[in-house]
Design a protein around this ligand. Sequence first.
Ligand code: DER
Length: 225
Amino acid sequence: TDQTSLKKLAGYRAAELVEDGMVVGIGSGSTIAYVIEALGKRVAEDGLKIKGVPTSDKTRRTAAKLGIPMHNVDDVDHIDITIDGADQIDENFAAIKGGGAALLWEKIVAVNSKRNVWVVDGSKLSDHLTHYLPVEIIPYGADQLFKRLEAKGYKPTWRLDQNGNPVRTDSANYLIDLHFNQMPAPFTLGRELTSMVGVVEHGLFLNVVDQVIVGREDETIDIFD
Ligand code: DER
């Protein structure tokens, strides 16, 4: 089975966690596109009543187009459940996110959610984190910050769009991706990064997720709580 149908399988399964009347944080990326598709169907066909809270402008537009009422994170009292994707999840449920350039809003929505669920295909699971680490930074002083990260041996690269221009996030910040042969302890690395002036947030999501839904090659679904 190809990865797409595993993402679809897991995405549709995750959408079943959403109940009528919920405020739902909606993640970003190609796996979550299936969650949005499934929720849109239920809104249109079953009259599901939910409030969606987006983790990116792209998600806001995609969900709204399918008839899901979208609200900003500050316009709801609380978020009952957030369903998002991830780039890599290790055996302690620590994750790297941000491959889709949405890590800041994803983390803002996650920390304001009663419950966080991640939906992945099996290829995202790893016994330790090896994926590049996205870091969102303020444009003013970005070049100096890039050099400081280089000096630390973190092998930074600019996140570029298909025209080779630096990507701007939904908060109009830049993204730098860090590369490690052996990643330092995630919690320590995260604290170090957010203590650097000009760093807004990083893609290490630690002690965030409550449940992980995995679409397996043999089309089974594993759920880890
Ligand atoms: O940026 C993110 O963290 C997204 O959730 C994303 O990286 C997951 O992307 P995918 O579902 O398209 O693999």
